[in-house]
Design a protein around this ligand. Structure first.
Ligand code: BGP
Length: 481
């Protein structure tokens, strides 16, 4: 059997897209709490001041805060071995700058972890998943200021100590390479200082790009410090990085297309992993910074910190692939952050993301060949507009097909020799989309009654994929039919 014993099957979520209760029990606002809903054709906008007359999807999300027992019971029923969730930073430190944590926030996650334990589910905790406290964004223009490093380290240390015996697996930052691309400015780096309103699509000056790479550098330093402290607090901790897995192919065998693809993979995909696994900046970054007139502001001692805080495992999200070409006339593929050209050999989802299971096998091999450390797929899934059938149920066979093909690709990668720890499907319970803010873009095994405008009673229902994944978990991936 391909999947090793103890393989971590499960699902993944993020607090700002899932929990709601945005100002309950002492929680402060976070960056996503300031971002409005949108669609692919009308991108999300954000407000400096929260407008009471505007609908913000994160404020209620799907209210995991009050449904956690029911949701985790459903994960138990499916036989999850692992549940990936993020801690909402501003639930613990409401502005990010307090000296002491908010006890009510800490208590919530104790309740969540206790519920997981009931069903033998191992939590995998993302310390920061696109949810910087608004206070830090406002005061420091997000991660551009080094002061945020200390705030993060205080927050991470609090979590490590508090949940020392409840959590073993940690991720320091979600999709840290979002910050290596300009689309990561708001969500990933909290840079609301000088920007205009749209969440994506800003054209940067070299100074603005320098600020962004400085902000990213500060995240590297924060992550490395956290890894070191975490291991001191509990040497059993496994602390990983998390990358938005971007598989790019050359559109043609033209060597110029191949070179363009290599450049995109280097700075868009590999850069952050190279720093966090190897403990230093890769050689190619120098030329990229030079060509783009980017200056990263660092401090003496940073190099040492990066060296001492390398991660234990490499985790990533994988949804799609795209192509690169030097021919400007080719059409761009749609994707939230993974923009590139469409591939004539692939079909796309309703949201234009190109479905490519073989790309997952290739990616797993590439990453393992590069680093030879354990890997984990911590996001993968199909965002679709699920429609209730005449019999009143959700027959999401398209989702089952998508997941089956990707699980088969992982199986092949394991046969190839890749060391894979687990697989957490994204959005196991329907939740708010990160890129568009829609509810309509559903990923779940579990349906939640709520629409894009916030209507619905939030009740949960099992889709067909729920019963299918239950079988996958129970047979450790042997039965995929
Ligand atoms: C990743 C994020 C998640 C999640 C997922 C799906 O980039 O880590 O937070 O949302 O993408 O994307 P979307 O919600 O835009 O469909």
């Amino acid at each position: 059997m391909a999947f090793p014993k103890g393989f971590l099957w499960g699902g993944a979520t993020a607090a700002n897209q899932f929990e709601g209760a945005w100002n309950t029990d002492g929680k402060g606002p976070s960056v996503p709490d300031h971002i409005r809903g949108g669609t692919v054709s009308s991108p999300r906008l954000w407000d400096k001041e929260i407008d009471p007359n505007v609908y913000y999807p994160s404020h209620e999300a799907v209210d995991f805060y009050h449904h956690y027992a029911e949701d985790i019971a459903l994960y138990g029923e499916m036989g999850f071995k692992c549940f990936r969730l993020s801690v909402n930073w501003s639930r613990i430190f409401p502005t990010g700058m307090e000296e002491e944590p908010n006890q009510a926030g800490l208590d919530f996650y104790h309740r969540v972890f206790a519920e997981c334990r009931k069903y033998g589910i191992e939590p995998l905790v993302t310390i920061s998943h696109y949810e910087l406290p608004w206070g830090l964004s406002e005061k420091y223009n997000g991660w551009t200021d080094r002061a945020v490093i200390d705030c993060y380290v205080r927050y991470a240390t609090t979590l490590f100590k508090e949940y020392k015996d409840e959590v073993k697996y940690w991720l320091t930052f979600n999709e840290i390479n979002a910050g290596a691309n300009s689309f990561g400015r708001i969500l990933s780096l909290g840079m609301t200082g000088e920007d205009g309103k749209p969440m994506f699509g800003m054209k940067e000056t070299p100074e603005q790009a320098s600020d962004r790479f400085t902000a990213l550098h500060n995240q590297f330093v924060a992550s490395a410090k956290a890894v070191k402290i975490g291991h001191e607090i509990n040497p059993e901790f496994k602390i990983g990085l998390m990358i938005a897995g971007m598989m790019s192919y050359p559109y043609s065998p033209n060597p110029l297309d191949v070179k363009k693809t290599q450049d995109k993979m280097n700075m868009g995909n590999w850069f952050c992993g190279d720093v966090q696994v190897r403990g230093h900046y890769p050689y190619y970054a120098k030329r990229f910074f030079r060509d783009n007139q980017i200056t990263v502001r660092t401090e003496p001692g940073d190099e040492e910190i990066l060296k001492e805080g390398t991660v234990d495992f490499y985790s990533f999200s994988y949804y799609m692939s795209s192509c690169e070409s030097t021919d400007p006339s080719l059409a761009a593929a749609s994707g939230n952050i993974l923009t590139g050209l469409s591939n004539p050999y692939l079909k796309a989802s309703d949201w234009g993301w190109q479905i490519d299971p073989e790309g997952l096998r290739i990616y797993l091999n590439e990453v393992y060949g590069r680093y030879e450390i354990p890997l984990m797929v911590v996001e993968n899934g199909l965002g679709a507009n699920d429609v209730r059938a005449e019999d009143g149920k959700f027959h999401d066979t398209y989702r089952i097909d998508y997941l089956r093909d990707h699980i088969k690709a992982m199986e092949q990668a394991i046969e190839d020799g890749v060391e894979l720890m687990g697989y957490t499907m994204w959005g196991c319970t329907d939740l708010v989309s990160a890129s568009t803010g829609e509810m309509k873009k559903r990923y779940g095994f579990v349906y939640v009654d709520k629409d894009n405008d916030g209507n619905g009673d939030l009740h949960r229902e099992r889709k067909d994929s729920f019963y299918w994944f239950k079988k996958v978990c129970e047979t450790n991936g042997a039965d995929l039919d």
